[in-house]
Design a protein around this ligand. Structure first.
Ligand code: SD4
Length: 320
């Protein structure tokens, strides 16, 4: 591990040596010219940030980049927290939540959407083609079909087996950080300096039917303000919603806080929740300068970052 001094002394050997977001942000501050484009996503969503990067490196729009990135875990049957292959609710239905925001402050969201593999793209259509922000359930599904999306079975054999195993005891206690958590919140800063964000999930495994988490809630799971920065969340959605996590981070950045400090302050606010010892929440953020932040309630949270210097998996600091 590096301390600040050894880190600064090591920058000559490049970003491959960085071990934390603090250090990455310091690197960005020290070499101000290399701040954009960039992509940051929750967890080790490497392929997603690489896909988003492909859009940005050729001068593409951050909105297109984050949508393209979010679609990667949505169609991956091995990813049990997002889209196809996502673990179902306790009644055996895969129900999806997603939202997206662009640099103009537009927002679109779908909640409790079934049988459509790419909720993030439906959310984008809600944003661009309707006068609304959120469509839910059967209405969201109807809109998706009208827009040309295909109806598909999203429940994989692996997910059905996991449900069958869970039903033996039927104890509902989300094992945050224990099962694989790849819910993706992804933020992009493009060459123009414009920000966008996307967030997509199948929500918590074995949730009650009808439950909606933070991921599709503008201000909770995601918030983008192109004048300031963007933030997104992962973990126990109920906790993130109660604290309006992503909006708080952007507002703290608006007051001049560095993204890392703002994420930490938002993570600290979770401590007033009674069940704080039983859940995980992770936040990531980026500001207009391309400075980054990531902080979690407890250890184990990671962020995937990509810049022109390549991919970095960052271990986030935590309150506990
Ligand atoms: C939810 N925040 O639905 C999501 C779950 C999550 O990794 O992030 N899982 O509460």
């Amino acid at each position: 591990m590096f301390d600040r001094r050894t880190f600064l002394g090591s920058t000559a050997i490049g970003m491959g040596s960085l071990t934390s977001l603090d250090q990455l942000s310091e690197w960005f501050s020290a070499f101000a010219k290399i701040r954009r484009p960039l992509v940051i996503a929750t967890w080790n969503n490497k392929k997603a940030v690489e896909t988003a990067w492909d859009v940005l490196k050729s001068g593409g729009r951050a909105l297109d980049a984050v949508e393209a990135g979010a679609r990667i875990p949505e169609s991956d049957p091995e990813d049990t927290s997002v889209g196809y292959g996502g673990f179902p609710d306790r009644d055996g239905f895969v129900t999806l939540d997603a939202c997206i925001m662009d640099e103009l402050g537009n927002a679109g969201s779908v909640v409790f959407l079934e049988k459509i593999m790419h909720p993030i793209s439906v959310a984008r259509r809600v944003m661009e083609k309707t006068p609304h922000v959120i469509l839910a359930g059967a209405g969201a599904h109807q809109f998706a079909i009208e827009q040309g999306f295909k109806e598909e079975n999203l429940l994989t054999e692996k997910a059905q087996k996991a449900l069958d195993a869970w039903r033996i005891k039927s104890e509902y206690k989300p094992k945050i950080n224990v099962e694989r958590h790849d819910t993706i919140g992804i933020l992009g800063l493009d060459q123009n300096g414009d920000l966008s964000g996307a967030c997509t999930t199948s929500g918590l495994a074995f949730k009650m039917r009808g439950r909606v988490g933070d991921s599709p809630i503008i201000g909770a799971g995601l918030y983008v303000d192109n004048e300031v920065g963007a933030a997104t969340a992962t973990g126990l959605g109920e906790a993130v919603i109660k604290k309006v996590g992503s909006f708080s981070i952007v507002e703290m950045m608006r007051q001049g806080m560095h993204p890392e400090k703002a994420c930490k302050a938002a993570a600290k606010r979770l401590l007033t929740i009674k069940s704080k010892d039983e859940f995980q929440v992770g936040y990531i953020a980026v500001n207009k300068k391309g400075e980054l932040g990531a902080w979690a309630l407890r250890p184990g949270f990671e962020a995937a970052v990509i810049t022109q210097d390549g991919f970095q998996l960052i271990k986030a600091n935590s309150i506990f």
